[in-house]
Design a protein around this ligand. Structure first.
Ligand code: ADP
Ligand code: MG
Length: 314
């Protein structure tokens, strides 16, 4: 199968959005951006053996490649619109591509993301996806808006993807399919990102671990924070892991949760609940933004510094 047949067979789908004037098949895509919006653009690369097990289920991989992108768009409050896929493959395997495309388009169709182009090359298995979306001017959420007195909030369970990884690596001798699914098939918090427009002062998606990512918010905003151990949303599996002597830093330092961490005045909690009932996406207050810089954690009566340790690429 040559490159053009491959693209036509697996990645050429009719665009859903009228703003996609020209999609896959020409030298460039032609895209129309509404006059009252700004474009949010992000890109992420997944490398076999680094970001995923080479024999991982290709459908889950297609889903995850898009999730890690949509998670960034959610973190700025953007509505996802377009995707561009750069695919490097060691060989052409129709069954693998079919399943990968199923995972990718399954999620893309849910959010009406048009795959509008890409690039296909031969080499070690690597997936780069660029996505873009739009957000009304001045409503984009940034890392830099946190203010003293803001509550700090987190969606979902903390650290379950990292716990799932430990299970797959055999470092935890039991398995919880939910934790493993949080690693292999995470859901992007698109609806939450949209609901946070005009409510949150700052937002980030947790990809490298809460401690590391919250430090980015504090640094960008010129503030500090204290989080409360007892308030952290720990799943029953995480609680079991800790009860059995697991490392208490895991939930704070494990990456790949793709949950949103945001700050807002606590008086806006009811507005957020009204916009997005928490039985759809759970979120919890885990701490407070403070004037004094640095990140601290309170366990019982003891307050200690929490270093910015998390996943590092190099
Ligand atoms: P060019 O040689 O002009 O760069 P290509 O032959 O690389 O064009 O690609 C042909 C068309 O297919 C382009 O519209 C490109 O955006 C699209 N395309 C290539 N690879 C992919 C892919 N993996 N997924 C989606 N679209 C792709
Ligand atoms: Mg060309």
């Amino acid at each position: 199968m040559d490159e053009f047949t491959l693209i036509e067979r697996f990645f050429h789908r009719p665009p859903r959005r009228p703003q996609t004037r020209l999609g896959v098949g020409d030298d460039c895509a032609l895209l129309q951006i509404p006059a009252d919006r700004v474009l949010a653009v992000t890109m992420d690369t997944l490398v076999a053996g680094v970001h995923f097990f080479p024999d991982v289920d290709p459908e889950a991989l297609g889903h995850k490649a898009l999730t890690v992108n949509l998670s960034d768009l959610a973190a700025v409050g953007a509505e996802p619109v377009w995707g561009f896929l750069a695919l490097t493959l060691p060989r052409v395997e129709a069954d693998w591509l079919d399943r990968f495309a199923r995972g990718l388009f399954g999620l893309a169709e849910r959010y009406r993301v048009d795959l509008a182009g890409g690039d296909t090359t031969c080499g070690p298995l690597t997936i780069t996806l660029q996505t873009s979306g739009w957000v009304p001017e001045n409503q984009a959420l940034k890392r830099s808006g946190a203010r003293p007195g803001d509550g700090i909030y987190l969606s979902g369970w903390l650290g379950d993807a990292g716990l799932g990884l430990k299970m797959l690596q055999g470092e935890v001798p039991w398995r919880d399919p939910d934790a493993v699914a949080r690693l292999l098939r995470p859901e992007p918090r698109v609806e939450l990102g949209l609901a946070l427009r005009g409510l949150a002062h700052a937002c980030i998606d947790v990809s490298d671990g809460l401690a590391a990512d919250l430090h980015h918010v504090l640094h960008a905003s010129g503030v500090g924070a204290t989080i409360e151990w007892e308030a952290l949303p720990l799943s029953p599996s995480m609680q079991r892991y800790l009860r059995e002597g697991g490392d208490w830093r895991l939930p704070l330092q494990a990456g790949e949760d793709y949950e949103l961490c945001f700050t807002m005045p606590p008086c806006r909690e009811t507005d957020l609940e009204r916009r997005l009932p928490s039985d759809r996406v759970a979120w919890h207050r885990i701490g407070t933004i403070e004037k004094r810089d640095g990140l601290r954690i309170k366990r019982g009566d003891k307050v200690t510094a929490l270093p910015a340790v998390g996943y590092r690429h190099f």
